[in-house]
Design a protein around this ligand. Structure first.
Ligand SMILES: [Zn+2]
Ligand SMILES: [Zn+2]
Length: 221
């Protein structure tokens, strides 16, 4: 396992300053992987990490564990928490780690003489034992890991908006496949007055709710 100082140097190279949340990411990455008995950094996709916020914390997790959103080994469920669940994709085992509520005060004990909280955390978080930094609990995912990972190559089209859905993220209603957005689970809405800057391709037998292309000037896209 790579030593913590070279991991932290690699993290702060991304960020141009070391910060306490990056350190927590590195420490949590090591503790989470160790709890599952997995070697890190990983070259394969066996370790899946579900982080509960975005930001600097993820830089630490990525560097320590060798995970990345682009490799589909890092997901974010944004609960606004510096916490994460580590999943062994092969066995389905999962553990969740979160900083102990008193972690900032404890860090102070590991940085005697440092009156600036930020620097006390920066130092303390690097050397505190795992059990003083984090709570660590076995958990069971509400969505089985096989569903989260899904299978390459599966795709369908939403019956309402026509857009393609991959990784089996469709929502079935009355036997029809909808994207989460059209199923009412979207993170955005389209105001009734919205006019697309570019419209989607009009499909046969399907009427788009809004289309830039009127019959007179139907242009191929
Ligand atoms: Zn930062
Ligand atoms: Zn849709």
């Amino acid at each position: 396992m790579t030593d913590i100082s070279s991991l932290l140097a690699a993290v702060s190279a991304r960020h141009n300053h070391p910060c306490p949340r990056q350190v927590l990411g590195v420490r949590m990455g090591r503790a989470g992987a160790a709890a599952l008995g997995l070697e890190i950094p990983r070259q394969d996709k066996r370790l899946l990490v579900i982080a509960e916020t975005d930001g600097c914390f993820l830089d630490g997790l990525e560097v320590a564990c060798g995970i990345a959103a682009g490799r589909r080994t890092l997901r974010t469920e944004d609960y606004g928490k510096v916490a994460a669940t580590f999943v062994d994709v092969q066995t389905g085992d999962a553990v969740r780690l979160a900083p102990r509520p008193d972690v900032r005060a404890r860090a102070q004990d590991y940085a005697p003489g440092e009156s600036r909280h930020y620097f006390a955390q920066l130092t303390g978080y690097q050397i505190m034992p795992d059990e003083e930094l984090f709570s660590l609990t076995p958990v069971v995912l509400n969505t089985p890991v096989t569903d989260l990972v899904s299978r390459p190559g599966v795709r369908t089209n939403c019956v309402a908006c026509g857009e393609e859905i991959i990784n089996e993220r469709e929502v079935m209603m009355d036997g029809l496949a909808y994207c989460r957005s059209c199923a009412g689970q979207g993170y955005y809405q389209m105001p009734a007055s919205a006019v697309p800057i570019f419209a989607g391709v009009e499909q046969e037998g399907q009427t788009l709710r809004v289309s830039l292309f009127h019959s007179a000037q139907h242009s191929p896209v």
